[in-house]
Design a protein around this ligand. Structure first.
Ligand code: SAM
Length: 248
């Protein structure tokens, strides 16, 4: 239940040091060094130096894998985009713990790698705005989400019109939202909700062919590998967050 995990009131309240200790420590060192350099100079140069020291924003999560499961996509993304902070979000406690341990093991085996990937247990349908600021994210991934077949449960689908508005708020203009499913009906549902949403436009096949992340969707995650083993088809729908809502 929700009471068993902490949720920050606002994104500013959340400390990412536990997730990305090396990256955050290096940033703090740069801040301290720049502040020290500024303080050493005579005013007003000192003041300018201090202002410049504050100029480098804290590293922030840019990619999220929603319902990341066992973390296969995240592990692939971590090495393909080594300078991007990325977070898997997963509601199941044991699965989250597994991914956390998997990342810790990979970090031990390959020092310097996987320091940009982490995982967090939460209900992503409820709490994304508690963790991320407007326009912060550049990629959001939804791989093989639960289909919730019954019509009465369609409101529980992780792609719906209301949540797309929220995802659009969190995505930077030009950011991409990736979906894939092996359930034809769900693939069609996600396509129709995204086509109809004024904040999104479909990414062309040419652009997808040139995009590393798009090439990872079908075969990187545990669910994707299972579908492939069983010879199942997949339905990929990738959209761009527009700078301005499309006139309706
Ligand atoms: N994306 C993974 C993959 O492709 O292997 C996992 C797919 S699995 C079918 C769907 C995952 O979404 C499950 O691990 C489930 O626990 C998670 N999930 C479902 N609802 C969620 C929510 N509201 N917040 C976070 N994770 C959720």
């Amino acid at each position: 239940n929700d009471a068993s995990f902490d949720v920050p009131t606002r994104p500013e309240d959340y400390d990412w040091s536990d997730h990305f200790p090396e990256v955050m420590a290096e940033w703090r060192e740069r801040q301290a060094a720049a502040a020290g350099a500024g303080a050493g100079a005579d005013a007003p140069g000192g003041a300018e130096g201090a202002a410049a020291a504050g100029a480098e924003e804290a590293p922030a999560v840019r990619f999220v894998d929603i319902g990341c499961g066992f973390g296969g996509l995240l592990m692939k993304l971590a090495t393909h985009y080594p300078d991007t902070l990325m977070l898997g979000m997963e509601i199941r406690d044991k699965v989250t713990a597994y991914v956390r341990e998997r990342i810790a093991a990979l970090r031990r085996e390959s020092p310097g790698s996987y320091r940009n990937a982490s995982v967090l247990r939460t209900n992503a349908m409820k709490y994304l705005p508690n963790f991320f600021k407007k326009g912060q994210l550049t990629k959001m991934f939804f791989l093989f989400p639960d289909p919730h077949f019954k019509a009465a449960n369609h409101r529980r689908r992780i792609i719906n019109t209301q949540l797309l508005t929220e995802y659009g708020h969190l995505l930077a203009p030009g950011g991409w939202l990736y979906t894939i499913s092996d359930v034809p009906e769900l693939g069609e549902w996600m396509k129709s909700k995204l086509d109809a949403h004024p904040l999104f436009e479909r990414v062309s096949e040419e652009e997808l062919a040139a995009d590393v992340a798009a090439g990872l969707l079908a075969l990187s995650s545990e669910e994707g590998q299972k579908v492939a083993r069983n010879g199942g088809a997949t339905y990929r729908n990738v959209y761009r967050r527009l700078a301005q809502p499309r006139p309706q």
